[in-house]
Design a protein around this ligand. Sequence first.
Ligand SMILES: N[C@@H](CCSC[C@H]1O[C@@H](n2cnc3c(=O)[nH]cnc32)[C@H](O)[C@@H]1O)C(=O)O
Ligand SMILES: [Zn+2]
Length: 427
Amino acid sequence: MPLLVTGGRILRPDHTVERADVRIDTDGYIDAIGDLEQTERDQPLDAEGSLVTPGLVNGHGHAAMTLLRGYADDKPLDAWLQEDIWPTEAELGPEDIAAGARLAAVEMIRSGTTAFADMYFHVPELVDVIDETGLRARVGHGVVTVGKDEEAAAADVDEALDIAAEYDGAADGRVRTAVMPHAPHTVDTESLERLVAGADERDVPLHFHFNETESYLDPDGTGERPGAYADRLGLLDDSSWAAHGVHLTGDEIDRLADTGTAVVHCPASNMKLASGLAPVERLREAGVTVALGTDGAASNNDLDMFDEMRDAAMVGKLAADDASAVPASAVVEMATRAGADALGLPGGRIAEGEPADLAVVDLSGAHLTPEHDLVSHLAYAARGSDVRHTVCDGEVLLRDGELLTLDPAAVKREADERAREAVERAS
Ligand SMILES: N[C@@H](CCSC[C@H]1O[C@@H](n2cnc3c(=O)[nH]cnc32)[C@H](O)[C@@H]1O)C(=O)O
Ligand SMILES: [Zn+2]
């Protein structure tokens, strides 16, 4: 049955707001926008008193890290990864990853996120969760070769390339893949070369952490900047997207712009790990596509993209020492259209012919009154809990706050149990 989103106001790609209904065809595409007559065939979705926005796009994260939320806080990146996170991740099996990803899906769907990027391991189990929950994603097996012998490093690279080939187009096309070296300095040069060549052969993009902290800045120990090194190896490309991009020289910003590499800004993670202030305004001025991501729940500590928009606007002004920097419309753009473009996924805009990936935000809260500017409200005042309905690929995943593809109580119970057991095994 066609779906008819009725009685709401919609956020257009140019950020104007208009009163309009949205009809979604049975293939999941938006086929009409306007004052539409409800027919007997239409399944209605009430948007009265609400703003219909594009589904939010979380451009960088590690979904199953929800299991490690609150487990190790208040530490800088290297110590946090090496002392706490990596030893515990070594204890996570495929069923743990599925449980953590389901918990992430509950949070994402409830807060209006319809698409996300994921770099982690046990990817087949993540793909099953995406299939059953109805979300859209670009996924990959994260490769780390530091501390591994040659054979183990080669096996990690092989796994990443096999997964990129096997799962592209899974879940009725909602799952796309990428080749994901963790970062230029945690993967050796030869493995990076194999990953770049393999991504090219398989026609899938590359995704990696980039210049997140000072320790990222001399990847191969020769003093060459990571921007020049990554460019020389072919990591920078108009299909690639890099996470963080905190410590960037002018030359590196130029290289990102010239190659068309997108950057996913992760403001909460950067603040929590004290990684630094990303030059978001300078990147945007240089013409780089800048998207927004939560990073894993252990460095955030939630997956609410409304928080991320607010954080990005706030810290962007601080970084630029300019209150007009990274305005509301910029962060809304980063969380929607720029996210879809960075990941090479459809969505991010409400327009005829686009897939119906939508979030319907209830505007009745005191914190959203009065309605001077709804784009401002999305960026500064709305919360994930204001989302009433979430639609992905034309399927309703959340209706009036109720999850239709997951049982949240069962998901929380299993995640809680598995997280506790993994931490016990690690200690
Ligand atoms: N196969 C790899 C796992 C790589 S997945 C991606 C990794 O990124 C880690 N990670 C999460 N957040 C960040 C971040 O902000 N910077 C760098 N790494 C992160 C995460 O914990 C996970 O280990 C291995 O054998 O360890
Ligand atoms: Zn990350």
